[in-house]
Design a protein around this ligand. Structure first.
Ligand code: IPM
Ligand code: MG
Length: 362
């Protein structure tokens, strides 16, 4: 069986890290029975430049016809002046909606060799292993009405935070299901002391929890959660939250681990999942061979596990990433005294070598 993978490199650092992720897929193909049909598509600024549209119809069709989508990153200063509808980010937002990717999984896990890379003390971060489950196709990102309108004096801007019962329930159900495979705890994050949307969120999540008596549910206000994440991040297992709060908290959670350059994500819901590093297009460091490709490579592991149900291959990729860190290879973002500095491409090569070795001895 050959898996069809849509590869969307995107902008700035996106193509650099995606090239390393693709190397890993090709290596897997050499050393296992897995077969991949990799088809590239345009998205984001690259697509705007080529076609005027951040999500060309051909890209959407490619994704819909694929078993999984591997994405780099979109956006950057080059396109900042464009009107809202043509911004690169719109390509990603429209793709999430079109594929109905209602759940965004962002694991934050500390690799033991990188404990010192965190800005927090080692005793606070050692052993962090949490999963943010962010609702991805609703909430204030998509709510109507929205826009900026002229007033007699000045202007007025509107966005609308909105969730339906069904939208809350489906993402909550997935979060509880995932908690069952982990440490059986869900922390639902909202602002129910102020927002009606959050009152409904809390009520529905509590309802869904009834079907998972083996999973502990707690509720936190988002401001408290932001504080608890830096105070004692190990208290968290699964954090379930809406689109905007999840955007913010997942960046915070990512940075606890020392480098946002390490963390992958999976967006699930419809038949085709999308897998991408959590870091953005990193325009400030792109193009010089210094970007960390491990988040993109770890996204390949999530693609294998969640997108294709190829769990053994996913574990082999994860083990290869852990191995290169133990061996001391470091891109600048995670560099430490005594370690070996490597470029983006060299890091990819080391992961592929570790993967070959790991699968040869398996
Ligand atoms: C993310 C990003 C996106 C988001 C942007 C690029 C639209 O920040 O994936 O977290 O806000 O969802
Ligand atoms: Mg974000």
């Amino acid at each position: 069986m050959t898996y069809r993978i849509a590869v969307l490199p995107g902008d700035y650092a996106g193509p650099e890290v995606t090239a390393e992720a693709v190397k890993v897929l090709r290596t897997l193909q050499e050393v296992s029975s897995l077969r991949f049909d990799l088809q590239e598509g345009l998205i984001g600024g690259a697509a705007v430049d080529a076609t005027g549209d951040p999500l060309p119809a051909a890209t959407l069709q490619l994704c819909q016809a694929s078993d999984a989508v591997l994405l780099g990153a979109v956006g950057g200063p080059r396109w900042d002046g464009l009107p809202a509808a043509q911004r690169p980010e719109q390509g990603l937002l429209r793709l999430r909606r079109a594929l109905d990717l209602y759940a965004n999984l962002r694991p934050a896990k500390v690799y033991e060799p990188l404990v010192a890379a965190s800005t927090l003390r080692p005793e606070v971060v050692r052993g962090i292993d949490l999963l943010v489950v962010r609702e991805l196709v609703g909430g204030i990102y998509y709510g109507e009405p929205r826009g900026i309108e002229r007033l007699a004096e000045g202007e007025r801007a509107i966005n609308t935070m909105v969730y339906t019962t069904a939208e809350i329930r489906r993402v909550a159900h997935l979060a509880f299901t995932l908690a069952r495979q982990r440490r059986h705890k869900v922390t639902s994050v909202d602002k129910a002391n102020v927002l009606e949307v959050s009152v409904l969120w809390r009520r529905e999540v509590t309802e869904v929890a009834g079907a998972f008596p083996d999973v502990t549910l707690e509720h936190l206000y988002v401001d408290n959660c932001a504080m608890q994440l830096v105070r004692d991040p190990r208290q968290f297992d699964v954090i379930l939250t809406g689109n905007l709060f999840g955007d913010i908290l997942s960046d915070e959670a990512a940075m606890l681990t020392g480098s946002i350059g390490m963390l992958p994500s999976a967006s699930l819901g419809g038949k085709t999942g999308l897998f991408e590093p959590v870091h953005g297009s990193a325009p400030d460091i792109a193009g010089r061979g210094v970007v960390n490709p491990l988040a993109a490579i770890a996204s390949v592991a999530m693609l294998l596990a969640y997108g294709l149900q190829e769990v053994a291959a996913a574990q082999a990729v994860e083990a290869a990433v852990a191995r290169v860190l133990e061996e001391g290879y470091r891109t600048p973002d995670i560099m430490a005294p005594g370690c070996t500095p490597v470029s983006t491409a060299e890091m990819g090569d080391h992961v592929c070598a570790a993967l070959r070795q790991g699968l040869a001895t398996a």
